[in-house]
Design a protein around this ligand. Structure first.
Ligand SMILES: Nc1ncnc2c1ncn2[C@@H]1O[C@H](COP(=O)(O)OP(=O)(O)O)[C@@H](O)[C@H]1O
Ligand SMILES: [Mg+2]
Length: 501
């Protein structure tokens, strides 16, 4: 092996190595840069040989100048001017070319330390699955490809987080494009992907004939109210428990008349009929009854009059089921609804989807992509919105069993439903600067990954820390370029203010 020697081990303390740089790599010393020529920089890997012939691998966590601690004699050539603090991460078998994370043997003090070569680095990053999906390049060396196990990445749940404009939407587009372009086996695949596109960005990223795409406009998303059950109707119209809920139930039952479908617009007059009848048959008069149900009647009338709810209240059918069983590979739903409409839309959509997946066992797995997910699965707002998270959380918990998985993309992880985030197995983390969100992420990830967390506020756009079950190893990466990109270009304020001649 012609590896470059960089130093020797001065101290071993727990999983930390203190390494003295003995070789002249000082001109190649660097704290933080994406140039691949530097041997020694934060998060790069180094190794030392074990008596067994295997080698132990460590990741550089700190680099510092020894003179911070020791006064050098001015007239002596300073040997070992720099020190490294590196964390042991695993053991590599030179003969089997195999890496195991975790440490069972420790190196010997004074042992030589080398910079890890690309062969070892690739093995550390390698994943052992039937399918491998190339998703990124290593931050340290653009020639090193980073793969994910797509069965885990897209079969369990994936969270993509980061500030606005750091690359979340492009990352999603790049991964999906990769399914047709960068799987390790040249198989034809026809995925089934549903995208909740809250900013109308995705259409541009997926072009036929590569993908069979269907875009569904906001007005075309027909989600008939009659999929709600009684309890859900109470929440939808805000019926109080005492009088309103039972009256509403009676009205719906009479309109349904044994069938599931009914005309929502007939509810007010049916309710009036019911209370008229009641006033004749008991001690309370019509005005009393009316007083009790009037707030509910008002809310029902508001919903009927509100055009934004037309596709829910006036829809007599849904073509969602047809779309799910059709042969479109990517369904892009335009979901820039107002928050109150979105609440009902998400609820009905997920309820119908959930039921459909349960009823249709012999079907493709479905990937549901939730863009700007904090908008509809927001933990803090769950009290304000009546229907909200219930079915999404259910999909997060049980969906995998029915071949239904989630990609949750958000700039506010700390606001997202904890139930949903805690079900995610893989994470792609772009730059995050908000302290609350950073703290939240720190808690969410395993101890091992914490060194990487310090890098997160400084990531450039398109760069991301990847961690979790779908990846061989947690690392800083540059996500492969989406081509074409979604329609999410950075704002062009000045151009728009420019005077045209
Ligand atoms: N993987 C990528 N491929 C191509 N361009 C990217 C990529 N990641 C980020 N970008 C650039 O960054 C900009 C913002 O990315 P975007 O995905 O819209 O961020 P976010 O969804 O986090 O707001 C894009 O317009 C694009 O120019
Ligand atoms: Mg985006």
């Amino acid at each position: 092996m012609t590896d470059v020697k960089i130093g020797k081990i001065l101290r071993i303390e727990g999983l930390s190595l203190l390494i003295q740089i003995t070789e002249d790599v000082s001109d190649r010393l660097l704290i933080h840069d994406d140039c691949s020529d530097f041997l020694v920089s934060i998060n790069r890997l180094v190794y030392s040989k074990l008596p067994s012939g295997k080698i132990v691998i460590a990741k550089i966590a700190k680099i510092f100048d020894k003179s911070l601690f020791v006064k050098e004699d001015l007239f002596r050539v300073p040997e070992g001017k720099y020190l490294l603090d590196a964390k042991l991460i695993g053991i590599y078998d030179n003969y089997l070319k195999h890496f195991d994370s975790g440490i069972n043997t420790f190196p010997i003090i004074g042992s030589e330390v080398y910079a890890v070569n690309n062969v070892i680095y690739n093995t550390v990053l390698e994943i052992s699955s039937k399918y491998k999906l190339e998703i990124a390049e290593s931050y340290h060396n653009r020639n090193i490809k980073i793969f994910a196990n797509p069965d885990i990445l897209l079969g369990k749940h994936l969270a993509i987080i980061g500030n606005t404009g750091t690359g979340k939407t492009c990352t999603v587009a790049s991964i999906i494009q990769g399914l047709k372009r960068r799987l390790n086996q040249e198989n034809k695949i026809k995925p089934k992907i549903l995208i909740f596109d809250s900013n109308k960005e995705y259409e541009r990223a997926f072009k036929s004939p590569e993908f069979k795409v269907k875009c569904i406009k906001k007005e075309e998303i027909k989600l008939p109210h009659y999929y709600l059950n009684y309890h859900e109707y109470y929440k939808f119209v805000g019926a109080s428990q005492g009088v309103q809920a039972p009256v509403l139930k009676e009205a719906i039952a009479s309109l349904r008349n044994g069938q599931i479908k009914f005309d929502f617009a007939q509810l007010p007059e049916t309710i009036i009929e019911i209370i008229r009848e009641k006033a004749q048959n008991n001690n309370f008069n019509y005005n009393q009854w009316y007083g009790w149900v009037s707030t509910m009647l008002n809310r029902i009338q508001q919903l009927i009059d509100d055009e934004r709810f037309d596709s829910i209240i006036q829809a007599t059918d849904t073509d969602l089921e047809e779309m799910l069983s059709g042969d479109d590979e990517i369904l892009i739903f335009e979901t820039d609804f107002d928050r109150d409409v979105l609440d009902v839309v998400m609820f009905l959509f997920c309820k119908i989807l959930y039921k459909w997946t349960q009823d249709n066992e012999s079907r493709k797995n479905i990937l549901l992509i939730l863009e700007e997910a904090h908008r509809y699965i927001n933990e803090d707002e769950s009290d304000d919105y009546k229907l909200g998270n219930y079915y999404i959380e259910r999909i997060a918990r049980e969906g995998r069993k029915f071949g239904l998985s989630l990609v949750v993309s958000s700039q506010r992880p700390s606001e997202l439903s904890k139930t949903i985030l805690s079900q995610c197995n893989s994470f792609i983390i772009h730059r995050i600067t908000n302290r609350l969100d950073l703290e939240f992420i720190t808690k969410l990830l395993t101890i091992d990954d914490k060194d990487l967390l310090n890098i997160i506020p400084g990531l450039e756009k398109q760069y991301a820390v990847i961690t979790g079950e779908a990846f061989g190893y947690s690392d800083i990466t540059r996500i492969l370029t989406a081509e074409p990109t979604p329609k999410s270009d950075d704002p062009k304020v000045i151009d728009s203010w420019m005077e045209s001649e």
